[in-house]
Write a protein that binds this ligand. Structure first.
Ligand code: PDD
Length: 277
């Protein structure tokens, strides 16, 4: 497989970095995960716009202009003859330089993008998943898709150790999102989710869900809810590029209603399915 880097396309065996690399040593960089359906990018522009917003927020210059990057990514698909479902991972770091916390001077950013296989979460989407609740221990700039993922990693691992698929994060009583997805609560026919503040990642699938709701006349309320609200939710679901739309049927061991995926969640899943075709 070929990767795109800051200077050229490189075969994966030929890619190497000095051991002093700011992504490795500081998590000093930003990233994106983009879905590919049938050899075509899904929501490409939303992801690339967010990449540039994240980079700007940490004063990092992406080595390509936006239009050029879009073109290069299209070529990367061709070079790797991708015709099926897959995902693209892309990261930009502040480059390679002797270790020092402050930004290096005169050093260009490192970028790489590669395409990886992806198994669709078919069973999870159909039957729903269990989640746990977990304190949101992250910083105040969660809208930046930063490479610093340690709190997310630890929360996801705790979920896994409890036999759960995800961790719903909360700051005090207020639910923000999950460790690698956004979370939604359905009550009396309305969909609730945390507003797009600095406390959550502004998810691309979240944006699509808002549109699906608007198109179907379902009230979409960007208002946070509490851990307590989870207990009498009619339905709960989560979204992300890799999970798509997954029903949540159990929280901390207690079933959500009858413990089956809800009707409104399934309706949104059908809307997604049609959109991603
Ligand atoms: N995660 N919130 C967090 C903290 C995330 O890491 C992600 C995505 C999302 C959903 O965003 P989107 O709908 O744009 O994928 C929400 C990616 C998939 C990852 O880290 O692998």
């Amino acid at each position: 497989p070929y990767l795109l880097t800051e200077s050229d396309y490189v075969h994966q065996d030929a890619l190497s970095y000095p051991f002093e690399e700011r992504g490795l040593q500081f998590g000093d960089g930003v990233y994106e995960v983009i879905r590919i359906y049938g050899g075509r990018f899904y929501q490409l522009h939303d992801h690339i716009d967010r990449l540039y917003r994240s980079a700007e927020a940490i004063k990092l210059e992406v080595p390509y202009e936006k239009a050029e990057l879009l073109e290069k990514l299209a070529t990367l698909l061709e070079k790797n003859s991708v015709t099926t479902d897959a995902k693209l991972y892309l990261q930009v770091t502040r480059g390679s330089a002797p270790r020092d916390h402050a930004f290096p001077v005169g050093v260009g950013a490192n970028l790489y993008a590669y395409i990886a296989d992806l198994t669709r979460k078919t069973e999870e989407m159909k039957h729903g998943v269990s989640v746990i609740t977990h304190e949101d221990e992250r910083w105040q700039n969660c809208y930046i898709k930063s490479l610093n993922l340690l709190p997310n990693v630890l929360a996801k691992q705790t979920a896994k150790e409890h036999g759960a698929y995800e961790a719903i994060l909360h700051r005090g009583e207020r639910v923000t999102e999950c460790s690698s997805s956004n979370v939604f609560l359905v009550k009396d026919g309305s969909v609730y989710t945390h507003p797009e503040t600095n406390q959550i990642l502004h998810g691309c699938v979240r944006t699509r869900v808002r549109t699906f709701c608007q198109e179907a006349g379902i009230p979409f309320v960007e208002q946070s809810f509490t851990v307590e609200d989870l207990q009498d939710a009619d339905e709960l679901f989560l979204t992300s590029t890799t999970s798509e739309i997954v029903p949540i049927v159990k929280v901390d061991g207690s079933a959500v209603q009858d413990g089956k995926p809800g009707d409104l969640t399934q309706k949104l899943q059908r809307a997604y399915e049609a959109d991603a075709q």
